[in-house]
Design a protein. Structure first.
Length: 168
């Protein structure tokens, strides 16, 4: 394991072909010029981060820490009908996420609670076809926040916001 202080400042930026605007408890899709749909996620859900699965035409949305750090659900939107499907129960406080285009798996960083007594320190792996959790990966570090995938090397990268380590 390689340790570095710069891990706290690691950010991952990804470009999306589909422009998506995020509003509190709403998600809006756009073709670049006009909004083509707005999906209401309900009173008990918020929109923080999202990932589009082009293979299944679904968008996965995490609430981040907007729900008081108590959420355990990822919202799923059917991009064909612009409706919310059944949410998926994952770890505590799902934050960042990414879709692996080759394996059709979705990786969700579960940041944990707002106190050190409520760590999650896990990444939930979802099957893109069934929307079921197929694996939970425990991490050696606090506060998994963002996920990036290199499909060429099949490596998954997760930032740890509460620690100082990068494992690569």
């Amino acid at each position: 394991m390689k340790t570095t202080r710069s891990a706290k400042r690691a950010f991952v930026l990804t470009a999306c072909l589909l422009f998506t605007a995020i509003l509190p408890s709403r998600t809006a899709a756009s073709d670049g010029a006009t909004v083509i749909a707005t999906v209401d996620l309900g009173a008990n859900e918020t929109a923080f981060a999202l990932a589009v699965n082009a293979r299944t035409n679904k968008t996965y949305v995490t609430p981040g820490l907007e729900l008081g750090c108590d959420s355990q659900f990822v919202s799923v939107i059917d991009d064909r009908t612009n409706t919310e499907l059944a949410p998926i129960k994952v770890g505590l406080s799902p934050f960042g996420l990414a879709v692996h285009p080759k394996t059709n798996q979705i990786y969700v960083a579960n940041a944990g609670g707002c106190t050190e007594n409520e760590p999650s320190n896990t990444v939930s792996v979802l099957d893109g076809n069934t929307d079921l959790v197929v694996k939970t990966i425990a991490l050696d570090g606090l506060g998994p926040a963002f996920v990036a995938i290199n499909p060429k090397t099949n490596k998954i990268y997760v930032t740890l916001s509460g620690g100082c380590c990068i494992d690569g």
